[in-house]
Design a protein around this ligand. Sequence first.
Ligand code: 5GP
Length: 224
Amino acid sequence: MSDVRQSASPPAPAEGIARRRGLLFVLSSPSGAGKTTLSRALLTDDPDIAMSVSVTTRAARAGEVDGRDYHFLEVADFERMRDSGDLLEWAPVHGNFYGTPRLPVMDRLALGSDVMFDIDWQGAQQLADKVPTDLVRVFILPPSAAILAERLRKRGLDDEAVVARRLAGASIEIDHWAEYDYVLVNDDFAETLERLKTILAAERLRRARQDGLAGFVAELQRGL
Ligand code: 5GP
């Protein structure tokens, strides 16, 4: 197992007017709605946000890398982390456990950087309880049930039984769409990505997140 507790090195904190509070950017959707592709594209285009790498007890899929896609754990290791308070949130999803290591997230936030989460509705609810003011929640919907089923099959990552389980789970995930701040229908990938970037840009500009503003305004007024 890779070292889950170790924090990835975040960028140096911004100074002066650029100083701001980091935010937690949560993306939820049923499997197959395009969330992983969208989050990867956003990460590539934006150096100020990092992905939270979850721990999970599910087996790695072909091509997945331990420490990059997930930290793959045995159930006993997961339970140890959970029971010692090392997880910011955790939930059972599709018969496995998933959770967010606390330390890397807190380290980045303290330095005014953002963290993106690919977590389900249960995790989003827990973050809403624990860190309500720093949280921005986005729900991604597929354009239709038929397209969702087709995307899951085309992915070819899971066998037919798993696909059927994920489709059944999709409706449960979608039940929670109204708990999110923003909802995007992922019909056109490029357009959805642009909308996601717009949401992030606007949320970073919220007055309450701009810690550097008060000093700037005071300085401005001294000059008047
Ligand atoms: P997958 O097995 O397809 O990678 O993920 C299955 C589901 O688990 C997805 O809906 C994903 O958002 C969710 N998930 C992944 N990591 C976490 C986590 O750390 N916490 C929670 N609550 N859900 C997660």
